[in-house]
Design a protein. Structure first.
Length: 471
């Protein structure tokens, strides 16, 4: 089995789907809560959940009080990034933070993962996840706290950078823990805070599950995770149902018989087979898949041959397969195998070697969790800041927890100045750096405060649901 490739988080342009709401959004002075609804409206919008008008001032006060320490934590983690399953310093830093808050902490879960549990009486159990790992790339932001770290990765010397925002996720995660514990007299239940390794290789969540996560720790009733995106800070976006895609790695080796380029009739040309496969495969997408359903197969690497006049013995193709629904995924997998077999039979060649590596499954947000949380978010942040968007085509292994049967919600927060964001959308303007760019640089304070406030309110809201439903 090959290691899945790094999955690019393409959240850019998702915010654009809000259309005319964005210019109005940019005129709203920022505070983590935006414009709150009247108490009567709040009560109606969040029936079965928290009274936003009553609890949000306390959350805001806690977030403002703790921000100075969160800023230091964020910049420290940003300057000391670590790659998948190498996050020893990062994990130890978070474990120390959580012990100081009062959590019961277990380290080395799934190699470098951390699980922190806080029990506060009878009530539902809520999971909150963050990621630990950074990316194998050099940072070019020029920030005073920029990473200068280099390390070995897959045999190569590489830079290491938090260019996907996991450092901001961690600061928000710790801030949420602090906020909830400071308000422990207002809720009852159990918090399970998970710091997961190796999200970028789409393997860390499963490694924690394989290490007995669901046997060693309380089983969550609900789960939440957030992710940064290049939209304006203060905004929250999500979808009901799929929010990310299934992602599978594809590796195919076509085997022929090499020879001189001037005598192709004496060979079985794997270059021709590979070329035919790449073209013919697209008919699976355009003619067999429902055009209203998302599914794509992209070949990103072709390797074969050593000289212009030598037909090689073999050619290797590598690619990625993306989908939202299992049925669409299966149709594309079947099409890949069928097309490869047809190509080799046409050339009289041996069957191709096909390796399909299952990566992250699509994260499916629970419709009920989304509806209840959305109503609360709109009351707390204002309708202009809370948007539903179609699912993105990137992948994310938070799905491993979701697929274990936990009703969940995965949402995005923006990290750019609203005016700068809107200016970047004008014709001819330079686009803002997105996740996985060496220039990706969130605005820390409003982004972290939004993350802490949103996640704290989401958890407080969910802690009321089981009471209301009698679970």
């Amino acid at each position: 089995m090959i290691t899945p490739p790094i999955r690019l988080k393409r959240t850019a342009l998702a915010w654009l789907l809000a259309g005319a709401a964005l210019p109005a959004f940019a005129q709203i002075p920022f505070s983590p809560g935006g414009a709150s609804a009247a108490p009567a409206q709040a009560a109606a919008a969040t029936a079965g959940g928290i009274d936003v008008a009553q609890i949000k001032p306390a959350v805001d006060a806690a977030v403002n009080a703790e921000y100075g320490q969160l800023d230091l934590l964020y910049k420290d983690i940003h300057a000391h990034p670590e790659l998948a399953f190498q996050e020893t310093r990062t994990a130890a830093t978070l474990a120390d933070q959580m012990r100081k808050i009062g959590f019961d902490v277990t380290e080395h879960v799934g190699k470098t993962g951390v699980v922190a549990v806080y029990r506060n009486g009878a009530g539902p159990t809520i999971l909150v996840r963050t990621e630990l790992d950074a990316l194998p790339m050099e940072e070019k932001t020029g920030l005073p706290y920029a990473s200068n770290v280099h390390t070995k990765w897959r045999g190569e010397d590489v830079g290491v950078a938090h260019s996907c925002g996991h450092d901001l996720h961690m600061a928000s995660w710790v801030g949420t823990a602090k906020t909830l514990v400071s308000l422990k007299d207002r809720w009852h239940g159990t918090l399970v805070f998970v710091a997961q390794p190796a999200e970028e290789t789409v393997s860390g969540a499963q490694s924690m599950i394989d290490d007995g996560f669901f046997k060693r720790f309380p089983k969550p009733d609900y789960a939440f995770a957030l992710h940064t995106g290049p939209g304006p800070y203060g905004s929250i976006v999500f979808n009901s149902g799929p929010i990310t895609s299934n992602s599978d790695g594809l590796e195919i080796t076509f085997k022929g018989r090499g020879g001189h380029g001037s005598a192709p009739d004496k060979t079985i040309d794997p270059v021709m087979m590979a070329a035919r496969f790449v073209v013919d495969l697209q008919s699976v997408i355009s003619r067999e898949k429902d055009p209203q359903e998302f599914g794509v197969v992209s070949i990103g690497a072709i390797q074969g041959g050593s000289a212009e006049n030598i037909i090689p013995d073999s050619v290797l193709l590598r690619g990625t397969i993306r989908s939202y629904k299992p049925a669409v995924r299966q149709k594309m997998l079947d099409g890949i195998r069928r097309t490869a077999k047809a190509v080799t039979e046409m050339s009289g060649a041996p069957d191709a070697d096909i390796k399909i590596t299952e990566g992250g499954k699509a994260v499916n947000n629970d419709p009920t969790v989304v509806a209840r949380t959305e109503a609360m978010f709109k009351t707390a942040f204002g309708n202009e800041r809370v948007l539903r968007v179609p699912p993105i085509t990137a992948s994310e292994d938070f799905s491993a927890f979701v697929d274990a049967g936990i009703p969940s919600m995965f949402f995005f927060i923006g990290v750019n100045d609203p005016q700068t964001f809107l200016a970047s959308l004008k014709p001819g303007a330079k686009p803002l750096p997105t996740n996985h760019s060496p220039l990706f640089a969130p605005v820390p304070e409003p982004s972290i405060k939004t993350g802490v406030t949103a996640m704290s309110l989401a958890v407080l809201n969910a802690l009321q649901w089981s009471k209301a439903s009698g679970q």
